[in-house]
Design a binder for this molecule. Structure first.
Ligand SMILES: NC(=O)C1=CN([C@@H]2O[C@H](COP(=O)(O)OP(=O)(O)OC[C@H]3O[C@@H](n4cnc5c(N)ncnc54)[C@H](O)[C@@H]3O)[C@@H](O)[C@H]2O)C=CC1
Ligand SMILES: CC(=O)C(=O)O
Ligand SMILES: [Mg+2]
Length: 372
């Protein structure tokens, strides 16, 4: 198989789809790997490192997409990358299609096989290719939130941990999954007073078991969320319905009633965001203010700690890249229903129900499309 690794071009995105170590493994299996020049340079992976691992270095994305059939990336393809895709390609990357009509339409038109990291499953129903980036973003959400609480960025001038004689900040985490658990751990570590909401009682029981009365767990309803929001200094949005647009649980009215200078870090922004007031921002210009509340809505938070994130991502994607390359995408998916769960688009059809529903495309069952 010919595998291509283009340089990421999203704003401040320094991650790379494959590390030199991953390239070495794939070349060892007899595959050809083509890496765009400087693809990993920003995080210390030089062209020479990739060449030593067995890759060929190509001058630009056009050459990589021309030479390879399996494209391994990190972020959703940008318009200029989408223009390079055709039905010979298999694209393996984060896609987040439900809130992104233009990308969905372009990928349908390309005819390519498009497998989304974020909907690949595991035996316990979790999302193993999303998990490491959720760990990163969950941990980052508290440091980003702490910074946003500073006066210079419009925050209310509150220190998360307080000091002797002054109360700590109140942090509310909406969604206690992977992002939420990592946010809770960091917020507790910094001394904040933490409340976490979820609709899954097992999630709340597990957090209660871990932290006891150090945190407050609340079953998430409109009422409990409303109460927690208006008393919070920092809110982390971390709900997910896999593959679907994030539910808009946080209303504009709740935002209006939060304290002046409080902060919302909407990590779920990559699926459209869980607040009515959320819109995607970039690391270049990460925040904006609505009704006095600082909103941080960066859709590629892990890109800021790109070296850690690339290594963590490659740990989990490598076995799937190897399966796709060794068996070919169709056989690899037929033999692994968890990889098949990642298939969002193929042959001009949308094969993920929530994406079809959100974007107005008709849904095609992936098994019927690929044949059994
Ligand atoms: N902005 C960024 O850079 C990044 C964003 N993310 C995103 O963060 C979000 C969360 O990801 P994970 O934590 O991995 O997902 P997860 O599936 O581990 O956790 C989501 C949690 O939300 C809960 N939930 C669903 N509906 C709810 C409701 N109505 N009320 C309360 N809780 C509800 C679920 O029960 C689950 O515990 C996803 O959209 C993911 O794509 C992840 C990594 C980076
Ligand atoms: C998951 C995601 O959106 C990211 O890592 O950028
Ligand atoms: Mg207000």
């Amino acid at each position: 198989m010919k595998i291509g690794v283009p340089k990421e071009i999203k704003n401040n995105e320094y991650r790379v789809g494959m590390t030199p170590a991953a390239v070495h493994e794939l070349c060892g299996h007899g595959h050809d790997v083509f890496v765009e020049t400087q693809a990993g340079a920003a995080i210390g992976f030089t062209d020479e490192d990739y060449q030593s691992a067995g890759a060929q270095i190509l001058a630009d994305a056009k050459a990589v997409f021309g030479a390879a059939t399996l494209i391994v990336k990190v972020k959703e393809p940008q318009p200029e990358e989408r223009a390079l895709l055709n039905r010979e390609h298999t694209l393996f990357t984060y896609l987040h299609l439900a809130p992104d009509q233009a990308q969905t339409d372009d990928l349908v038109a390309s005819g390519a096989i498009c497998i989304a990291y974020e909907t690949v499953t595991d035996r316990s129903g979790r999302l193993p290719l999303l998990a490491p980036m959720s760990e990163v973003a969950g941990r980052m959400s508290i440091q980003a939130g702490a910074h946003c609480l500073e006066k210079s960025v419009g925050g209310r001038g509150v220190l998360l941990g307080g000091v002797p004689g002054v109360s700590p900040a109140r942090v509310t985490v909406v969604g206690g999954g992977v992002v939420g658990q990592n946010a809770v751990a960091m917020a507790i570590g910094m001394g904040a007073q933490v409340t976490v909401l979820d609709r899954n009682m097992d999630v709340l029981r597990n957090l209660d078991h871990l932290y006891g009365n150090r945190i407050t767990t609340l079953f998430s309803t409109v009422h409990t969320l409303d109460q927690a929001m208006v008393e919070s200094d920092l809110v982390v949005g971390s709900v997910l319905i896999p593959g679907a647009s994030a539910p808009k649980l946080i209303t504009r009215d709740m935002i209006r009633r939060m304290p002046e200078g409080s902060v919302l870090v909407d990590v779920a922004i990559d699926q459209g965001g869980c607040a009515e007031t959320s819109k995607p921002t970039t690391h270049d210009d990460p925040t904006y203010i609505v009704d006095g509340v600082v909103h941080y809505c960066v859709a590629n938070m892990p890109g800021a700690v790109a070296r850690t994130s690339t290594l963590a991502l490659n740990n989990v994607t490598l076995p799937f890249v190897a399966a796709l390359a060794n068996k070919g995408p169709i056989r690899a998916m037929k033999e692994d229903p968890h990889l098949m769960a990642g298939l969002n688009i193929a042959d001009g059809k949308v094969t993920y129900r929530e994406v079809a529903e959100a974007t107005g495309h008709s849904y095609t069952d992936p098994e019927s499309l690929l044949g059994s």
